[in-house]
Design a protein around this ligand. Structure first.
Ligand code: FAD
Length: 381
């Protein structure tokens, strides 16, 4: 077992580290203040091959794989979490169409998504179907060679900005996951409009939007996979998405740790740098330990997915542990800075506001624990 990155992985990490330092970190504060969505950064990320990281080169992707992807998300999130999250969602869409779509769909959508011509969004949740996503109600009724969609979707990251929405809708009556199918919905389709834009605690430069469908007609050729396969496609996309969010959490936590440890070396109280006090040292030691443990869990889950091993439980462990750790680390980073941590002169308050949502989306951390326990114990009744 090796714990060092290989040459290619090191190169990818360093390229994205430089990109983040030059193109993202200097703007993160103003994007947050202005709730500005930096579409132009996605064009630049496409040039680096980041818009099709789990997509074969035949369709314009870079097929970097999950482990290299984790390095990318960690580096981006050190600069700004919102952009890393937007990229993760986009790659979930690109990768899912590449995996579950037919050849025509891949040629048509994947090549444009992977090269950044189109931006993707992933839409499973509804107002009444969050953790219990299989209870979703948005309906797609088959009429000859097309479907008519009615209903609404909630909480869509990249909503309004994305061109392509990978959407789960019910194609048969009855409850549960079996009647759910997966569709590509294109922005501008008649009957498809955007509802409310969420006003959030953090992640301000990541738009979160409601989608509305009224007698919205889409061709059968926009269905990805067979009827009834939608929930499986969604869950499979979420395995990768959860690893990405674990990596994002590691990046935010690492950035918070660096600010806090530098501050502890410089800030003087009682005639000494505050880092000399054991109360501060123990906070920093715990932060560093939890970041390292998170990183290893993320790498392990990514490795398993890359190797085609069963990775669901490991993805849940990585997501749950890393995001809980990042919440603790960012909160303690604010504590180490004292009053300076609570104001916007330092980025730690933004890290703390931003990272809270990582315990909620891609399945809440309670749901991750359920996935882990069910995998370990089986479905007890
Ligand atoms: C900023 C943001 C961006 C998002 N982006 C997307 C997106 O791009 N696409 C998308 O489809 N969705 C997205 N979501 C939705 C997100 O996935 C849901 O918010 C999440 O799955 C939780 O659903 P809920 O908010 O309805 O909470 P609920 O399901 O109502 O949960 C409320 C509480 O109850 C707990 N709970 C629920 N069931 C159980 C149980 N069985 N056992 C123990 N505890 C339980 C939950 O853990 C939580 O603490 C986003 C959400 C946010 C906030």
């Amino acid at each position: 077992m090796k714990f060092d990155l290989d040459e290619e992985q090191t190169e990818i990490r360093d390229i994205v580290r430089r990109f983040t330092a030059q193109e993202i970190a200097p703007h993160a504060e103003s994007w947050d203040e202005l709730s500005y969505f930096p579409r132009e950064i996605y064009i630049k990320m496409a040039e680096l091959g980041l818009m099709g990281m789990t997509t074969p080169e035949t369709y314009g992707g870079s097929m970097l794989g999950r482990l290299a992807g984790a390095l990318v998300y960690e580096e981006l999130a050190k600069g700004e979490m919102a952009t890393a999250v937007g990229l993760s969602v986009h790659n979930m869409v690109t990768g899912s169409i590449a995996r579950f779509g037919n050849e025509e769909q891949r040629q048509h959508w994947v090549s444009q998504l992977a090269t950044g011509k189109l931006l993707g969004a992933f839409s499973l949740s509804e107002v009444s179907a969050g953790s219990d996503a299989a209870s979703l109600q948005c309906h797609a009724d088959r009429r000859d060679d097309h479907y008519i969609l009615n209903g609404s979707k909630a909480w869509v990251t990249n909503g309004g900005e994305a061109d392509i929405y990978l959407l789960m809708a019910r194609t048969s009556n009855g409850v549960g996951s079996a009647g759910i199918s997966c569709f590509v919905m294109e922005k501008g389709t008649p009957g498809f409009s955007f509802g409310k834009q969420e006003r959030k605690m953090g992640l301000h430069s990541s738009p979160t939007r409601e989608l509305l469908f009224e007698q919205c007609e889409i061709p059968v050729t926009n269905r990805i996979g067979a009827e009834g396969q939608g929930f499986k496609i969604a869950l499979s996309s979420l395995d990768g998405g959860r690893i990405n969010i674990g990596a994002v959490a590691v990046g935010v936590a690492q950035a918070a740790f660096e600010v806090a440890s530098n501050y502890a070396k410089e800030r003087q109280q009682f005639g000494h740098p505050i880092g000399i006090f054991q109360g501060i040292q123990f906070l920093l030691a715990d932060m560093a330990m939890k970041i390292e443990a998170s990183r290893l869990l993320v790498y392990q889950a990514a490795y398993k997915l890359d190797e085609g091993q069963s990775a669901g439980m490991y993805a849940s462990m990585a997501k749950c542990f890393a995001t809980d750790a990042a919440m603790e680390v960012t909160t303690n980073a604010v504590q180490v800075l004292g009053g300076a941590g609570y104001v916007r002169d330092y980025p730690v308050e933004r890290y703390m506001r931003d990272v809270k949502v990582a315990q909620i989306f891609e399945g809440t951390n309670q749901i991750q624990r359920i996935v882990i326990a069910r995998t370990l114990l089986g479905n007890l009744r």
